[in-house]
Design a binder for this molecule. Structure first.
Ligand SMILES: NC(=O)c1ccc[n+]([C@@H]2O[C@H](COP(=O)([O-])OP(=O)(O)OC[C@H]3O[C@@H](n4cnc5c(N)ncnc54)[C@H](OP(=O)(O)O)[C@@H]3O)[C@@H](O)[C@H]2O)c1
Length: 233
């Protein structure tokens, strides 16, 4: 297993388990999967408040409750900022409430990481900063980051937030590579030269922000899995 160390002493595994699809899993299968992943060193679990129509975190929380000692051995990450119905809400009040709900569902006192799920054009960085500071001071969140953000959006938030944003989670798979394509095609007239993300790959490298890949087995925007798919021989 490879590791990434965005700050000294914080060793993050290169592989993680996404928990977006666990809500319908049978309990025994879910527990086996989580324990095996942790045993293999894949000890980073990615959640969001609304995964599984707000049920996934509680399913995972059941595993934590039934396995004393597991919580301290793993990293738990969640995301917030989108309410029921897909309405973005980056107010301090919503972020704080969302984390408190996640903690209750997950049967834990703290999140290792909290990410803002998607860039909210109406977000006020000072509101997000206020929520982050309160959650960190109360021991409810250790580290912070974002998801689906470009460099300018990260900069706008980082200037208000005193904690370094350590993670940016972006869609990436061998069939979804815009972050890589434009760097490879730089200064050409090929279609791939178009920069759709403000050079987020290069920015995150320079700033020591860990890029996490979401949907690494999917093609398109949730069109399906490419593994063993006759469309992709
Ligand atoms: N930040 C964001 O905006 C965002 C958005 C989407 C997802 N995410 C995160 O990314 C994680 C992964 O995303 P995802 O679930 O969409 O994508 P994924 O991991 O690319 O795909 C999951 C699907 O791949 C199938 N699969 C896995 N290994 C396979 C194999 N060897 N052969 C055939 N099929 C295989 C699984 O099938 P089975 O169910 O049959 O195992 C499952 O249906 C999520 O859990 C979530 O944590 C984040």
């Amino acid at each position: 297993m490879n590791y990434y160390e965005p700050v000294p002493g914080l060793r993050l595994p290169a592989a993680a388990m996404g928990c977006m699809r666990i809500a319908e899993m049978e309990y025994g299968a879910l527990e086996r999967q989580v324990l095996l992943a942790a045993e293999l060193g894949m000890n980073f679990f990615d959640h969001a408040d609304f995964y599984g129509e707000f049920r996934s975190e509680a399913r995972f929380g059941e595993v934590l409750a039934r396995n004393p000692g597991l919580r301290e051995k793993i990293y738990v990450q969640s995301k917030c900022g989108i309410r029921i119905g897909g309405i973005y809400d980056s107010s301090a009040e919503h972020i704080t409430k969302s984390v408190e709900n996640s903690l209750r569902s997950l049967h834990t006192d703290y999140l290792d990481f909290l990410l803002i799920h998607r860039p909210d054009p109406l977000a006020r960085p000072d509101e997000i900063a206020r929520a982050f500071e309160g959650l960190h001071a109360a021991g409810k969140v250790r580290y912070f980051g974002v998801s689906n953000h470009n460099p300018a959006q990260i900069e706008a938030l980082q200037q208000a937030v005193p904690h370094k944003l350590l993670i940016n989670q972006m869609q990436m798979s061998i069939l979804h590579t815009p972050m890589i394509d434009h760097g490879v095609n730089v200064n050409t007239k090929f279609a791939g030269a178009e920069d759709r993300d403000g050079s987020v790959l290069e920015y995150c490298k320079a700033k020591q922000i860990m890029l996490q890949a979401w949907s690494p087995f999917q093609y398109g925007f949730f069109e399906g899995v490419f593994v063993d798919n006759p469309k992709f021989p």
